[in-house]
Design a protein around this ligand. Structure first.
Ligand code: FEO
Ligand code: CA
Ligand code: CA
Length: 719
């Protein structure tokens, strides 16, 4: 048996080939319009901010726009220094515990984690999965969702992917005679997806523990039956042997980030599903020209092998991991299985028997997450999402149905009401700081059967291939959109652009202005005409940069935001506006998934109190690209809160409504090297985390885990 290198799908593989006008024509347009920065920064704003970052600021003809008052809150901790310590290093006055880690049994009757990969595959249907990622805490009172309850609730956690996978198997992933052993593949299928667990505070403490054996504890994984909802449900392009009517899907994959609804359900989003789907060589011969266009645009040319090679295992049940034509009709093979991934999945954590639904109206792509704007009675539900691949798009969904607060706790039926009918848009970030939402509706704006890029058949085809619809409309190609969030103070929307090594110097634009973009940035926008409006104004809140370059061999981007030692960061990914009750003052958590500045520090989480769109002004990069940047951060309003263990990503964050318990995830500690013979890993976290007393203590294998943060004095977190 030879170890098989199994790694996360590399989104280097996809490069948007469309010739949208975002690059060259926008550049030309900008050069010919060096005039005022329209509508971004008013004199009132400039006066209020004391000129911070306004030296290159343009004028404005929107003088009637008054900035919101500055938040009255202050960060309550001293910044943590960058470090390579193999532990969670957190600000003084705070403490951590481990809620759950890969392989922990959620129910009684399964053995504890053995630290040797000997757990059965079957038991992973009841164990915590791998690759902890997006998550959300739903307060629970009398068995129902209660947004003001902190002491007990349901915690939903995504299990994005199987890491290495050093934790699951005795000696890592293996291949025998070119085939993956079925027992390993089964274990990996069950270790993906999401978990729902009941959590409650420990007696006399704000620290939390999992309630083992709770009736709410549940795994949804890559073999869980689910329904399709929205325009694509029942479409011919979703027909498979397992779903002859195109209305079902089997399993969800590579669930990265998440969302939540005001009615109390969890949204979990399929991102790098190309990890697990292959397509046989020669398969194009049986495909139509338009099918081939669609398959290629979504990264699955014929002959592409999936990194996890689940389709090589013996057994009919593994054939569905190859999207090839192998029988006379779609109802007799898995040619369309690829189309069943890349969606937002809704799960009702309060009804453990309810069937999850893939909400197709929100589009299909490398779905990082789905972030709702605060719901307002009588107005549509608005959800933002990003397509995490290089040069892909930002999307927005606006429901047809208007929010009725009586729908709280209505479960999946309410999900269908708001999420199955609505309008999908893609974002165009203009060079002058304005932006527009481009509608992706069949029969409008050339999105029809005569489209030159791809002949759309109907709205099902549009949502299933919304990348092509967005190409056709001329959406702006971004530097890998990751998490988003909506500021509860002013409803401005933030989204991380984690990095983009393929952003060529001659292909920059104002919204993605740094060539190479090694360290990423955070863009934000303010909607015009309400949250469902179709125009917005944007600026870049923060540009990541590694400023401590002594001994660093990897290139670091230009430090446009003026970061210092207390807040320099690279590759922002997780992003979360604290929703705690009583208004947290727009407290923003920023997390990193980095490979560029790791010679200086492990990945981290920062806390920030941002201003607002337009509080800075126009700047020009050293490459002569103009952009619009927010007021530069200060050490008072952006600070490093914690640093994670070695070779990890920090991702997933949520805070209880009272602000006294924070959860975050450590994903893939020590992912870069494992020697099973000697039990040598680059990380031994969480078993080596100082101060922990749980059963995780002392274990050698690195494991993804959920961490609980509390203040030692029982106070509120961050502010
Ligand atoms: Fe799974 Fe885009 O991070
Ligand atoms: Ca991510
Ligand atoms: Ca990432």
């Amino acid at each position: 048996m030879n170890p098989t290198p199994v790694s996360e799908y590399d989104d280097n593989e996809i490069v948007n080939p469309s010739s949208n006008p975002h690059m060259d024509t926008i550049l030309a347009a900008r050069l010919s319009r060096r005039g005022a920065l329209k509508g971004g920064v008013g004199a009132t704003t400039a006066a209020l901010l004391g000129g911070v970052g306004l030296s290159a600021c343009g004028g404005s003809d929107d003088g009637d726009e008054k900035p919101a008052p500055a938040p009255a809150v202050k960060l309550n901790f001293a910044a943590v220094a960058k470090t390579h310590a193999d532990q969670v290093t957190i600000a003084d006055g705070y403490q951590v515990s481990i809620l759950h880690a890969l392989g922990d049994p959620m129910m009684f009757g399964d053995e504890s984690w053995k630290d040797d990969g000997s757990e059965t595959s079957e038991s992973y249907q009841r164990r915590i999965g791998d690759g902890h990622d997006g998550m959300y805490f739903f307060g629970m009172k009398d068995g129902k969702f209660d947004a003001s309850t902190s002491a007990s609730g349901l915690l939903c956690v995504n299990h994005e992917y199987v890491v290495a996978p050093y934790g699951l198997h005795p000696a890592g992933s293996t291949t025998v005679d070119g085939k993956r052993p079925a027992s390993e593949v089964d274990k990996e299928i069950y270790a993906h997806g999401a978990s729902v667990v009941e959590v409650k505070r420990k007696a006399g403490s704000n620290d939390m523990e999992m309630v083992r054996g709770s009736k709410y504890n549940r795994r949804v994984h890559s073999a869980t039956p689910m329904d399709m909802g929205g325009p694509a449900a029942g479409n011919a392009k979703l027909i498979t042997k397992l779903s002859p009517d195109g209305k079902q899907a089997f399993g969800m994959n590579n669930n990265c980030a998440n969302g939540y609804t005001p009615w109390g359900t969890y949204l979990t989003c399929e991102e790098n599903y190309l990890n697990v789907i292959g397509r046989a060589a020669g398969d194009d011969a049986g495909r139509s020209a338009s099918e081939i266009v669609a398959l290629k645009r979504y990264g699955l040319p014929e002959g592409r092998k999936s990194p996890y090679a689940w389709d090589t295992a013996e057994g009919e049940q593994f054939q569905r991991w190859n999207s090839k034509i192998s029988a006379a009709s779609a109802a007799a093979d898995y040619r369309n299985v690829f189309n069943s991934f890349g969606w937002v999945v809704e799960i009702d954590p309060f009804r453990p028997d309810s069937k999850p639904v893939k909400r197709s109206a929100l589009g299909r792509f490398n779905h990082e997450g789905a972030w709702p704007a605060p719901a307002k009675a009588g107005e549509p539900i608005v959800i933002y999402s990003g397509d995490d691949a290089r040069n892909e798009y930002v999307f927005k969904f606006v429901s047809d149905a208007k929010w009725d607060p009586k729908d709280v706790n209505g479960g999946m039926a309410v999900g269908a009401k708001y999420l199955d009918k609505g309008t999908l848009y893609a974002a165009k970030f203009n060079d002058d700081g304005s932006g527009e939402w481009l509608e992706l509706t069949f029969g409008k704006n050339g999105i029809d059967s005569k489209n030159a890029l791809y002949p759309f058949a109907d709205q099902a085809d549009v949502v299933m291939h919304c990348r092509l619809a967005a190409d056709s409309r001329g959406a702006t190609k971004m530097d890998r959109p990751e998490w988003g969030g909506v500021n509860p103070l002013n409803h401005e929307v933030y989204m991380t652009m984690t990095n983009n090594s393929q952003r060529a110097a001659d292909k920059v634009n104002a919204a993605n202005p740094r060539p190479g973009n090694e360290n990423g940035h955070i863009i934000r926008w303010k909607e015009e005409g309400g949250q469902a409006g179709t125009r917005f104004k944007w600026d870049v809140y923060l540009f990541g940069a590694g400023i401590d370059t002594a001994g660093v061999t990897k290139k670091q981007s230009e430090n446009l935001s003026g970061l210092t030692a207390v807040n320099d960061f690279s590759s922002p990914d997780g992003l979360y506006f604290d929703q705690r009750s009583g208004n947290a003052g727009g407290l923003l958590w920023i997390q990193t998934d980095d490979g560029q500045y790791t010679e200086k520090t492990n990945c981290m989480m920062l806390a920030a109190i941002p201003g607002q769109v337009g509080d800075g002004g126009k700047v020009t990069t050293k490459n002569k690209q103009a952009t619009i940047m927010g007021a530069k951060p200060t050490e008072a309003n952006v600070r490093r809160f914690l640093v994670g263990p070695f070779d990890c990503e920090i991702t997933g964050v949520v805070v209880t409504p009272d602000g006294k318990t924070l959860f975050f995830n450590v994903q893939h500690p020590g992912e870069d090297k494992a020697d099973f013979a000697t039990h040598t890993f680059t990380s031994h976290w969480p078993g080596n985390q100082p101060g922990i007393t749980s059963h995780h203590k002392g274990h050698k294998r690195p494991r993804s885990a959920t961490v609980v943060v509390t203040r030692t004095d029982g106070g509120t977190i961050g502010i």
